[in-house]
Design a protein around this ligand. Structure first.
Ligand SMILES: *[C@@H]1O[C@H](CO)[C@@H](O)[C@H](O)[C@H]1NC(C)=O
Ligand SMILES: *[C@@H]1O[C@H](CO)[C@@H](O)[C@H](O)[C@H]1NC(C)=O
Ligand SMILES: *[C@@H]1O[C@H](CO)[C@@H](O)[C@H](O)[C@H]1NC(C)=O
Length: 475
């Protein structure tokens, strides 16, 4: 498999995404504020570099300290080659390749925003030359595989294969704080089948235990932005025991998730799997559930007449079919909104068909609890307007205190997120919902992506030896 299917990029660069929004909704005063802030960031970057150099001398083996950029990007330093060339990296549990911007990266603007790796300046560099590429949503990177020694948190990994990216395509690469990504997923999704660096840490006997753990700080005021520990768990950064769940499929760190609740009431849509992904800023899920969550927290609505007309014309019929226990999967083809692809017996994806399927799931989750037909139809009608038209959805910053608690059932524990934890202020002027919709088609999906919104609240252990993932309250 050459490409990785993920939404990282959609969510990583919210600030840039929202800039046009700021433009359209305010006078030009905001633009100046944004520019000033950008300059400040430049100064901060230099300050970061200095502190990083000081920290380097004290670094404990296997520990990488991270910087936190606005709770959106977490990044830390590694070096490659002899003598060492330093790079800022994203530590990404949702992908499996190590890649770095190459000195031979010329033709993309983003090439000039990052530190580059010079193979010819390293005595330990070995050529390989196999071509590899990794895709992240709309963006992708590609280049040739090279080999060198890599220094991560005081551990030297010998002969590590990585992608020297000469092509950084897509709009977002120039907005990243990092020069490359260090993938911590499984080899099964590694482009070119390259052995991931984490495997080599274990194979080369560099870590005590086949476990790594991640702590992401959500307090942007603090100096320490987070931490990756290779080979163990830092007890300073969690409270209480971890709740573990088995990895159900090697690729991402994937496991089974139960129902989602809003203020203690299960919403009645479960059975999706989930992955824990440090490379995604928000918490992504199937549209069918995200719509219900964003409705429940009062996120912005947009009139959706096409969806509503389907509710008006077919709502009662669908509800009646559910009441007489018709199989939910059959309903949309039966009323003629979906056509079935004969060979694969899958529904052919049209707007009508997609919407009908959403309505069926929403009605299924509601009809047992909401007594009157009118009440259910009215609720489904409201959900139409909560379907995410624009990602991410805006919420009213002034209403945070009245928003509900949302919880996710994992391994028998309810993992809660309070509004302060799932709403993100953007530039002090707007707030966005941390729940964003991202549909991945079967067989890979549908799947939840628990990104930084979740991982910041819950310290996460990736246990490669016992093939399980654990969560505990972060501290
Ligand atoms: C190049 O790298 C790939 C992926 O790590 C590896 O399978 C292959 O054996 C390497 N080829 C050479 C010539 O080193
Ligand atoms: C999780 O929360 C839901 C909703 O409040 C509740 O029904 C369920 O019993 C809880 N499960 C556990 C294990 O606490
Ligand atoms: C029932 O319908 C109303 C809207 O009529 C909605 O506010 C409510 O969330 C629905 N679900 C439940 C479980 O009450």
């Amino acid at each position: 498999m050459g490409t990785k299917f993920r939404a990282a990029v959609i969510t990583l660069f919210l600030s840039s995404l929202l800039l046009p929004l700021v433009f359209s909704e305010s006078n030009d005063g905001f633009v100046r504020v944004e520019l000033k802030k950008f300059k400040l960031d430049e100064n901060n970057r230099n300050a970061d570099r200095l502190t990083r150099q000081i920290l380097d001398s004290k670094i404990a083996r296997g520990i990488v300290r991270l910087k936190n950029y606005q709770n959106m990007q977490y990044y830390g330093e590694i070096s490659i080659g002899t003598p060492p060339q330093k790079f800022t990296m994203g530590f990404d549990t949702g992908s499996s390749n190590l890649w770095i911007t190459s000195s031979k990266c010329y033709f993309y603007r983003a090439c000039y925003y990052h530190s580059k790796y010079y193979a010819r300046r390293s005595r330990t560099y070995k050529a390989n030359g196999t071509y590899a590429m990794v895709g992240y949503g709309k963006d992708s990177i590609s280049g040739k595989i090279s080999q060198d020694n890599v220094l991560v948190g005081g551990l030297t990994i010998k002969n590590q294969d990585f992608i020297e990216a000469t092509k950084l395509s897509g709009p977002e690469h120039k907005n990243t704080k990092y020069d490359g990504l260090l993938g911590l997923g499984f080899q099964e999704i590694s482009s070119g089948r390259v052995v991931p660096i984490w495997y080599n840490m274990m194979n080369q006997g560099l870590v005590q235990n086949p476990v790594f753990s991640l702590w992401l700080n959500r307090n942007t005021e603090e100096e320490e932005g987070g931490q990756v520990v290779f080979g163990g768990i830092d007890p300073k950064h969690h409270k209480g025991d971890h709740t573990y769940v088995p990895v159900t499929r090697k690729g991402y760190w994937e496991f089974d998730m139960g129902d989602v609740s809003v203020n203690g009431k299960p919403i009645g849509v479960s059975g999706f799997s989930a992955m824990v992904d440090s490379g995604t800023s928000l918490l992504l899920g199937p549209t069918v559930v995200i719509t219900m969550l964003n409705h429940a927290i009062g996120a912005e609505r947009e009139d959706n007449p096409k969806c509503k007309s389907i509710v008006r014309m077919y709502g009662k019929t669908i509800l009646n079919m559910l009441l007489v226990k018709e199989k939910p999967k059959k309903i949309c083809p039966l009323i003629g909104l979906c056509r079935v692809d004969g060979k694969k017996s899958n529904n052919i994806r049209t707007f009508q068909c997609n919407t009908c399927e959403l309505i069926v799931v929403w009605m299924e989750s509601q009809y047992k609890r909401n007594h009157t037909e009118d009440c259910i139809l009215n609720y489904i009608d409201q959900l139409c307007d909560s379907m995410p038209a624009r990602q991410p959805s805006l919420v009213n910053c002034l209403q945070i205190s009245s928003m509900p608690i949302v919880s996710f059932l994992i391994g028998g524990r309810n993992f809660t997120l309070s509004p302060k934890e799932y709403v993100l202020p953007i530039g002090g002027i707007a707030c966005i919902s941390g729940f964003s919709s991202f549909d991945i088609a079967p067989p890979l999906g549908p799947i939840w992506t628990l990104g930084n919104v979740f991982m910041g609240r819950y310290h996460t252990v990736f246990d490669h030896g016992k093939m399980k993932v654990g969560f505990a309250d972060a501290a």
